[in-house]
Design a protein around this ligand. Structure first.
Ligand code: HAM
Length: 418
């Protein structure tokens, strides 16, 4: 028996209304904020992520699905969406368009993680990238958009965590302070953090192991080591957020798991679950485009995991619109009736009415059971008597009332039974 690979799942028809609901809200928020849709390949040159996301990150080091194709090209299933969008921005000369270029995507994302609730090896993101503008006004707009999206979904009880991790100029000072602070604590740190101390000290701050968390609480804060420009950017962003009435919590341990971030980083966290179950996250990545071969171009974006949103919609009992049910089910008995059935189904569909037709090989009772299970509003019954009389029997599935009528009359009614 084959099964879906560990950490992946099928999204069955019953769950689809949640996905459709989220996608529709996402499209609406993108319309309001002026974002255009972009799709990029599910796999890219592995080097794009190694350089863009960072070789020192867990995502690249431990979680990326890397493979060689039959021509020996080293490729990777995308472990995130931002680097691909930036590659496309460069490749298609989007720097010639009015800036910022605002792009959104729905993308399946692949990470070899230890599967658990809300953490999968293939998940789906809705993401937004605003490329080509360095102003903190844009940071505030992107954050406002992300929060507006979650609110429009009907979700409550989430918080915005905010931090600034500085830039190439001021970060080395902070990293040195971190190293100095952590050096005597090294023996108490977990194995991963001992490696991070050398390779990626910023990541020491968001280790989830209890022993490391205590040390991280007291660690030097990036916001205390910002250069003047980064400091002004951060203050200005907070002023914009306050002007927008956005509440936020400054979180000096928020550093994110991708190396491309500069200055602003943020996460939207549900009240329960904390940083391991973030609903979404993002930040500025002013150096990424230059790192992967473009001209220096500031940018900011965020992404959210669709599966996590579904989990939160379910746990918060948010009602989503149900899937549309067919308006008409056609039941038929006998060969001539089946011919009438296919003609009627075609004419009804042409008139825009959703139809399910039965192949007529089961009893009328079984066909009516099927109509009920499908949630049809009406069943048009065609048997030998109906064929002879040139009519159909229309049954209202809720009231069980039946009424004979010529097919043309049913077609005229089609508009009102959709
Ligand atoms: P990320 O925080 O790695 O950021 O992922 C964004 C969101 O995807 C997370 O907040 C979470 O909701 C969801 N997510 C991540 N990993 C998993 C998983 N294994 N299973 C289920 N859901 C998951 C990024 O990927 C950045 N590219 C975001 C960004 C866009 N930054 C700037 N622009």
């Amino acid at each position: 028996m084959f099964k879906a690979p560990r950490g992946t799942s099928d999204t069955l028809p019953d769950e689809q209304p949640y996905w459709r609901y989220i996608q529709n809200k996402a499209l609406e928020v993108c319309r309001l904020y002026g974002y255009s849709c972009i799709s990029t390949p599910a796999f890219e040159d592995a080097g794009l992520f190694a350089r863009g996301v960072g070789e020192g990150t867990d995502i690249v080091n431990k979680e990326m699905y890397v493979f060689k194709d039959r021509s020996d090209n080293e490729l990777a299933l995308r472990p995130e969406g931002t680097a691909s969008v930036c590659r496309s921005y460069i490749e298609h000369g989007m720097d010639n368009l009015p800036q910022p270029v605002k792009l959104f995507y729905f993308a399946d994302i692949f990470r070899y993680e230890r599967p658990q609730a809300g953490r999968y090896r293939q998940h789906h993101q809705f993401g937004c990238e605003a490329i080509g503008d360095a102003s903190p006004m844009l940071d505030a707009e992107v954050i406002h958009m992300a929060l507006g999206f979650f609110t429009s979904l009907g979700l409550v009880n989430f918080s915005l965590q905010l931090n600034s991790i500085g830039c190439r100029k001021c970060r080395p000072g902070h990293l040195q302070k971190l190293k100095d602070y952590y050096a005597p604590l090294a023996p108490q740190l977990c194995g991963d953090c001992q490696v991070r101390l050398d390779k990626n000290p910023l990541r020491l701050l968001d280790c989830k192991k209890p022993g490391c968390q205590a040390a991280a609480d007291e660690a030097p804060r990036s916001s205390d080591y910002l250069c003047d420009e980064c400091g002004q950017h951060f203050t200005s962003l907070q002023n914009y957020l306050s002007a927008l009435g956005v509440k936020y919590a400054l979180n000096h341990r928020l550093v994110r798991g991708l190396d491309y971030y500069t200055r602003t980083v943020f996460e939207i966290q549900p009240a329960e679950g904390g940083s391991q179950s973030a609903l979404g996250g993002g930040g500025r990545y002013d150096d990424l485009i230059a790192t992967i071969g473009g001209r220096p171009t500031p940018a900011i974006g965020f992404a959210t995991g669709m599966e996590r949103i579904v989990l939160n919609l379910v746990s918060q009992s948010v009602n989503v619109p149900a899937a549309e049910k067919p308006a008409v089910f056609i039941a038929c008995m006998g060969r001539d009736a089946c011919v009438q059935s296919v003609k009627l189904a075609a004419a009804l569909r042409e008139a825009g009415t959703a139809v399910i037709s039965s192949s007529g090989e089961r009893s009328l009772k079984a066909q009516l059971r099927h109509a009920n299970a499908a949630g049809a509003k009406y069943t048009a019954i065609i048997g030998e008597d109906e064929v002879k009389a040139g009519v159909v029997m229309l049954r209202n599935m809720q009231t069980s009332e039946q009424q004979q009528m010529p097919p043309d009359e049913l077609l005229k009614l089609a508009g009102s039974v959709q």
